[in-house]
Design a protein around this ligand. Structure first.
Ligand code: F0G
Length: 406
């Protein structure tokens, strides 16, 4: 029913092979589904609960697989009318992935990835992470009773994410280096120590992340938005959304495709540079830096997939500054009551910038993907905001302070 295919040399491999890249040419792998064998209808889908497994027929695991789930997906697609008015754009939505069980979109990939790890007979799983991947893997590995090792860049992982990885029982190793160093190390360790790798270079994980794209069109009553804006780090999410929507298109569920638009932070924007220079892969950025630590990545492994998705769809890549990111985070929180982490806010900042430059038309229907919850990184909120006013425990003094605030 499904195979692995190298996107570079087109070699095919059976699904039982425990490989992450092409053994022949080193290219990225993708899962190929036999879409013409899928018979599920929209009507049938309408009768099911929201969530990743609503789209079971598009999820390549065996009929008898023991599915490890935390009831992920089914996140709100907010109509953000205040922001729409501020930005003077026709239709605007925020897909709130912070509502997932561990507070980020990673759960969509991990339900598939950890289910696959069990299918392949793994007893230990591992990842390198800027934080969210480790939090998610730790939770799913706990349910599956798998040993879990996570490598995090020392001092650069947001507190919420680190505490989740610890809480769910992962063995946390702080690497004296950045995410790119950690990823290189974990890939080698997994190869040499028979541990199953669950970074997004793992093609099975991306199959779960496809559901983000599925849900957006499903929630819009199968009406495809003009544009989906995503934050880009290691390039898993943007390429997974595109792959999923291509499958929906091939199956006849949708008749047009959205423009995939990727946003990076200025200090960590190798994909934006590659896009502008017409390259098929990135030239790594040494020492990437941004307050959006989730996307503080200089050498994204799946960049060729994202570059292809953005170009094929007629989208664009843009970079935004840390100041723009923080301003966008505050704007969404204050205008719409939705708290998202800085990496997610890059999409709002990117939308603003691209509307101002005329790259995005004000007549478009736009969906911004908010990938993670604000509480993932409370420190950045405190650090970038004025300190709370202090007051003695005295009613007269309190009344004076409050009067000044009204
Ligand atoms: N937004 C958030 C909140 C993330 O945590 C990440 C990636 C991205 C966006 C970018 O997605 O890598 O698929 O392009 N976080 C990874 C991690 C790298 O380790 O948690 P991507």
């Amino acid at each position: 029913m499904f195979d692995l295919r190298c996107i570079k040399c087109n070699a095919y491999y059976p699904p039982e092979e425990r490989i992450y890249t092409c053994p022949k040419c080193g290219g990225l792998l993708e899962v190929v589904l036999e879409i013409d064998k899928i018979t599920v209808t929209k009507k049938e889908l309408d009768s099911r609960w929201m969530g990743v497994w609503k789209y079971r027929e598009f999820m390549p695991v065996s009929e008898t697989a023991r599915i490890i789930t935390l009831t992920e997906g089914g996140t709100p697609l907010h109509v953000v009318s205040n922001l729409r008015e501020d930005f003077r754009v026709k239709e605007l939505y925020v897909k709130n992935e912070g509502a997932n069980p561990t507070g980020s979109f990673k759960d969509r990939g991990m339900t598939l990835g950890v289910t696959k790890a069990l299918e392949l007979g793994a007893s230990a799983v591992a990842c390198a992470s800027t934080g969210n991947t480790s939090a998610s893997l730790a939770a799913f590995a706990a349910v599956a009773r798998l040993s879990c090792i996570v490598l995090l860049p020392t001092g650069k992982t947001a507190m919420g994410k680190l505490s989740q990885a610890i809480l769910h029982g992962a063995k946390v190793i702080a690497i004296e280096g950045n995410f790119d160093d950690a990823l290189e190390l974990v890939r080698q360790a997994c190869d040499e120590m028979n541990i199953y790798l669950l970074n997004s270079v793992n093609p099975w994980r991306l199959e779960g992340q496809k559901s983000l794209g599925f849900e957006i069109v499903d929630q819009l009553n199968w009406d495809v938005p003009d544009r989906i804006i995503v934050p880009v780090g290691n390039c898993g999410n943007s390429s997974a959304i595109w792959k999923g929507l291509k499958e929906f298109h091939a199956h006849g569920f949708i008749d047009k495709m959205p423009k995939i638009t990727g946003i990076q932070a200025e200090g960590a924007a190798p994909v934006v540079h590659a896009y502008r220079d017409g390259l098929d892969d990135v030239i790594p950025v040494e020492n990437p830096e941004t307050i959006a630590t989730a996307i503080r990545i200089g050498a994204p492994v799946s960049a060729p997939k994202t570059l292809q998705a953005v170009r094929e769809s007629g989208g664009v890549m843009e970079a935004v500054s840390d100041e723009e990111i923080l301003a966008a985070q505050r704007l969404l929180a204050k205008r719409e009551g939705i708290g998202i982490e800085p990496a997610s806010a890059s999409t709002i900042a990117g939308l603003k910038k691209l509307l101002e430059s005329g790259e995005i038309d004000r007549d478009e229907r736009v969906v911004c993907v908010a990938t993670g919850h604000a509480l993932k990184d409370p420190e950045i909120i405190i650090k970038s905001s004025p300190a709370p006013i202090t007051c003695e425990a005295d009613i007269e003094k309190l009344k004076k302070v409050v009067a000044q605030l009204l």
